[in-house]
Design a protein around this ligand. Structure first.
Ligand code: CA
Length: 716
């Protein structure tokens, strides 16, 4: 045989093998509404994002339980070949596992072996990463019939053949001249694919859309904030909402983006959606003259057939702090005050745990799950928070708990009906809020187009960080991260565990009295769901933010989770000394465990912690000072405060001499945009680029001199 013939034969054999693998799964029945509604009848599968439409992330599987969880071992691992955040909830059906990763890539694996069946790359332009506040992440696919749906970072919704990964249709869901992104998982309700988007910090107007699952045709769209009244209002609700806004809010988009949570109650035929923060954060700039700014930071109850609003509850009226209500929504039936109630539960960023009657929208409870300082309490009569003087940063810089990271971010909670507890990946970050000096002195605010624009003062912010560093002798008070077990009926924390890192993984709870969580410091842990006792733990060396799932094949139960640190708390803030990604390379993996599993855990290499000698850059002190401010305003959101990276994006103190030699071409001209570093010439001047580089050189010198390989980072 010639070499060519041999190659052809090998290709043909590979094709036959692939076909055999496909045949093995050919019996897979289509996923229908009836199947998702009756998900408890097939606990071996994980059919929808939160397993059920109520999104409790509770599994009835109990083969792995508190008595035997100590025998859990790795069944298989799959290397994604990525080094940024992995946040997806895998969907598992009839032996196949579907997950998404960095840049919205979709993976289909044999759930028993981890063998790749296919991989789909939507080819997201890497420069689009500039519009993503919080890493190039994706939280998963939805499955309906025999089709998968994925939202891409650059705003497309794509339908794939679940068997082959072949594209069926693709629609653009956004105005492509605006910095929208999609990171959330679609949901499918009654044949319609629901998808929102992000971009609140970049000056966009929030909405979410419903597309026909078969054709990709737009069925309806719900805008969460009114547009320019001159253009007319899309719905009567928006006409009413416009009365809660002032000034020319539409110039900054308004925000209210729907970037994560949705849940559905098939009995009530009601869809629940959480909306995002105001754009910009500063309400004085966004809506001068006040107003609640509906429907920012709200929970919306809608008719899934047409998107008509049934009721709404605004968790943070007149949001001023980036307090989104896009956090996980859990539906449950509880005995509340002695009465059976159909409730909706949420721990939004603002630090209060809410219980609402999901039939009427009536507020039943709102209690602090972390010591939030912006409000004293929520008045249950009016349903409104009572703000404190400490939370008002309209005239001076304030330190406020929680920071924009929130008391809880997107990382899913879990509710266990046996323990009656809601488990929260909770945080206690302190935020520095600095009012815009320009706005205070001139009444104007200069918006940067297509970029991070929260309406704070970056110079003041930078000064505050350096002031705090001095006050605390070079080490800032740490942000804190917890696993909290919240009793929604008793309205209090039952137990809590503090983690080393503040930014940790989402949750899974099971009928085996288990609670699973991955941590930012690189462990995967099983706790007793009732007491919080640690029962089992394995070092992963890679930080985990994704929520685990569980499934079974031929009666054998598995627990799977994506390991890959990322998201806002990893790229912008946090202390790298507490994060696995600060010490090890952030090599992405999908890990699956089973009882008696004996596969070897992936080997993760240690990161080189050296800071190389930087080149000499001629710069006056004033230029370095300018570089410091320009860095904070333009670079920090991805590369970390004080130029200290959490390991997910490059640490700019450690730039090679080769990178330094083309620094201007990188930042100003975008010569490495395909690697994810976009062109910034519209935001910074050539002088700024020079000064930023001089600041980075100074930071490298400082930390080399201090022998401090990793300095504590700080967040907005
Ligand atoms: Ca936000």
């Amino acid at each position: 045989m010639t070499r060519m013939q041999t190659r052809r034969l090998i290709v043909r054999l590979a094709q036959l093998l692939a076909a055999a693998v496909v045949t093995q799964f050919a019996q897979a029945a289509p996923v229908t509404a009836a199947r998702i509604i009756a998900a408890d009848k097939e606990p071996q599968n994980w059919l929808a994002h939160g397993r059920t439409y109520g999104e409790q992330r509770y599994s009835p599987l109990a083969q792995i339980n508190e008595a035997n969880v100590g025998q859990l071992g790795l069944a298989w691992s799959y290397a994604t070949g990525t080094t940024r955040g992995l946040q997806a909830t895998p969907i598992v059906v009839d032996g196949r596992l579907y997950a998404t990763g960095v840049w919205s890539v979709v993976y289909a694996l044999d759930a028993r072996t981890g063998k790749q069946l296919w991989r789909y790359d939507p080819d997201v332009p890497r420069a689009w990463g500039r519009y993503a506040c919080c890493d190039a992440v994706n939280r998963g696919v939805a499955l309906w019939g025999d089709a998968l749906f994925v939202g891409t970072l650059d705003g497309r919704l794509v339908s794939l053949d679940a068997k082959t990964g072949q594209k069926r249709w693709e629609v653009n869901t956004i105005d492509r001249t605006k910095p929208y992104t999609i990171t959330g998982a679609p949901r499918v309700v009654k044949g319609k694919v629901l998808i929102g988007n992000g971009g609140g910090e970049y000056g966009v107007r929030g909405y979410f859309s419903a597309y026909d699952a078969r054709t990709g045709k737009l069925a309806w769209r719900f805008y969460t904030v009114p547009g320019n009244p001159k253009d007319g209002f899309e719905t009567p609700e928006l006409e009413k909402a416009a009365k809660t806004w002032n000034g020319e809010w539409w110039l900054g988009g308004g925000g209210g983006t729907v970037w994560d949570s949705m849940a559905y109650d098939p009995e009530l035929d009601t869809l629940y959606v959480g909306t995002g923060n105001g754009s910009p954060w500063a309400r004085a700039i966004r809506s001068p003259g006040g107003g609640d700014n509906l429907f920012l930071s709200s929970i919306l109850a809608l008719d899934p057939d047409n998107g008509e609003l049934k009721w709404h509850y605004q968790v943070t009226p007149a949001d001023n702090w980036d307090y989104t209500a896009t956090q996980h929504i859990v539906l449950a039936d509880l005995h509340f005050d002695g009465k059976p109630r159909k409730v909706l539960m949420q721990a939004p960023k603002n630090g209060f745990f809410y219980v609402l009657d999901r039939v009427s929208g009536e507020l039943l409870a709102a209690d602090k799950y972390i010591p939030a300082t912006w409000a004293s309490h929520v008045d249950l009569q009016t349903g409104r928070p009572v703000e404190t003087a400490d939370g008002d940063w309209s005239h001076e810089t304030r330190l406020i708990i929680p920071a924009p990271f929130g008391g809880h971010n997107w990382h899913p909670m879990a509710y266990n009906p046996n323990t009656g507890l809601v488990y929260i990946p909770a945080m206690q970050p302190m935020g520095i809020y600095t009012p815009s000096r320009e706005y205070l002195t001139t009444g104007k605010f200069t918006r940067r187009e297509m970029f991070w624009n929260p309406g704070v003062d970056w110079n003041e912010y930078t000064k505050s960080i350096y002031g705090l560093l001095q006050q605390f002798q070079g080490s800032l008070p740490p942000d804190r991260g917890y696993l909290k077990a919240w009793d929604p009926v008793a309205r209090r924390t039952r137990w809590e565990i503090e983690h080393p890192a503040f930014w940790n993984g989402g949750l899974l709870t099971t009928a085996g009295n288990l609670l699973f969580q991955g941590t930012g410091d690189g462990r995967f842990v099983a706790y007793a769901a009732d007491t919080g006792r640690t029962l089992w733990s394995v070092p992963t060396m890679v930080g985990i933010v994704a929520p685990p799932v569980t499934y079974a094949i031929d009666g054998e139960q598995y627990v799977a989770v994506l390991a890959g640190y990322g998201g806002a708390g990893a790229v912008t803030g946090g202390d790298p000394r507490t994060m696995a990604s600060g010490k090890y390379l952030n090599d992405g993996h999908i890990l699956a465990f089973k009882l008696g599993g004996n596969a070897a855990m992936p080997r993760i290499a240690e990161r080189n912690q050296d800071i190389p000698e930087p080149p000499a850059i001629e710069a006056a002190a004033a230029q370095v000072e300018n570089g410091k401010y320009a860095y904070t305003a333009n670079c920090m959101v991805c590369h970390g405060a004080l130029a200290v990276s959490g390991g997910v994006t490059p640490d700019l103190r450690r730039l090679s001499s080769e990178r330094h030699s083309i620094f201007k071409q990188i930042v100003y001209d975008g010569v490495i945009h395909t690697a994810g570093m976009p062109r910034m010439a519209d935001l910074v001047s050539e002088q700024d680029v020079h000064d930023i580089q001089a600041y980075l050189v100074q930071r490298a010198r400082e930390d080399r001199a201090a022998g401090q390989k990793v300095a504590p980072a700080r967040k907005p």
